[in-house]
Design a protein around this ligand. Structure first.
Ligand SMILES: *[C@@H]1O[C@H](CO)[C@@H](O)[C@H](O)[C@H]1NC(C)=O
Length: 315
């Protein structure tokens, strides 16, 4: 008996290791994420490579920073619709993203993120979108005359002066389009795509003085013609008339409005763990119900046990 038990035990241990490995395949297959850097940044910059590696390793997902053109200079001078078009071509060519992906947008990178979600025909599906300090509802600039003259500059695509809405809708080539702000040019496809996000995480930084007003990170903004107050997202027309599906998503409890202390993009490792990582961790198989999932696990176990028994019995 003893001589039989020893080899059995020696075989069970490797089997357990194998079954653990097999069972852990789905859990390690978190969707990849794409990181989109801010203006004047580039993928090789220390913050972005750290962010990608850190968020990736803590969540168990693989991050890819998408570079557009030559990085920092082009992030300033290339119009946003062009940047979004290039990003779209890039994600379509990445086999790693074919089952879908999550996006982390940093500052201006969020407008490219929005382009990937809304404008990228034939692109891979975006699952969760995490926006850090994004000028989602526009940005009021203190050097407006300069930027307005430079029509080709990227920020001219989202500078919004509440006292000159006509100028904004007419002159601004990008944000009014992706926010479906132009009454006779609203595109239902943009809304459909944006509302199909699984989670929309909007992170605002309390002491943000770069993205002004800071509430734009939540789609909050000044009312038209009034610089004296800022509307919360739920009181803007974009929300109440549901131009892009923000209200639809919010009513489905899919929007997470997060307020973090700190300056523009002043996120800490703890802030990443708490607010970013949970949305990167989500599994490829997340759609299977818990029941389906546990039966998948137990099926794998059962198959292993069956295979082991077969081998042992038919040796
Ligand atoms: C709306 O956007 C989609 C996707 O980009 C495009 O195929 C379609 O032609 C647009 N519709 C209109 C009316 O512009």
């Amino acid at each position: 008996m003893a001589s039989l038990q020893l080899p059995m035990r020696m075989m069970i241990l490797p089997m357990m290791v194998i079954s653990l490995v097999l069972v852990s395949i789905p859990t390690s297959a978190a969707l990849p994420f794409v990181l989109l850097h801010g203006i004047g940044g580039y993928c090789g910059e220390m913050f972005y490579s750290w962010f990608k590696t850190y968020a990736g390793s803590v969540s168990g997902s693989t991050g890819y920073c998408i570079e557009i053109g030559n990085g920092a200079p082009d992030s300033w001078t290339m119009p946003l619709h062009e940047q979004a078009r290039i990003a779209c071509e890039k994600v379509k060519q990445m086999a790693e993203l074919k089952d879908g992906y999550n996006i982390v947008g940093i500052s201006q990178g969020n407008l490219i993120a929005r382009g990937l979600i809304e404008l990228c025909d034939g692109g891979p599906r975006v699952n969760n979108y995490i926006s850090l300090g994004g000028p989602q509802a526009g940005l009021i600039s203190f050097c407006m005359p300069l930027l307005h003259m430079q029509e080709h500059m990227a920020p001219s695509g989202y500078i919004k002066v509440p006292t000159d809405i006509r100028g904004y809708l007419k002159g601004c080539k990008y944000l009014p389009r992706i926010n479906n702000e132009i009454p006779d040019q609203r595109n239902a496809t943009y809304k459909k795509r944006f509302s199909s996000l699984k989670n929309l995480v909007l992170i605002m930084f309390e002491e943000d003085t770069i993205v002004v007003p800071k509430e734009t990170a939540w789609f909050g903004f000044y009312p038209d013609g009034d610089l004296t107050k800022i509307l919360p997202p739920q009181e803007t027309k974009l929300y109440t008339e549901d131009w892009i599906g923000l209200r639809t998503l919010d009513e489905a409890k899919k929007v997470h409005f997060i307020r973090l202390p700190g300056i523009h993009i002043g996120i800490t490792p703890a802030g990443i763990i708490e607010n970013v990582v949970p949305y990167l961790k989500e599994q490829v198989l997340a759609k299977t119900t818990i029941k389906g999932w546990s039966s998948l696990v137990s099926n794998t176990m059962t198959d292993l046990i069956a295979a082991k028994e077969k081998r042992l019995l038919h040796k």
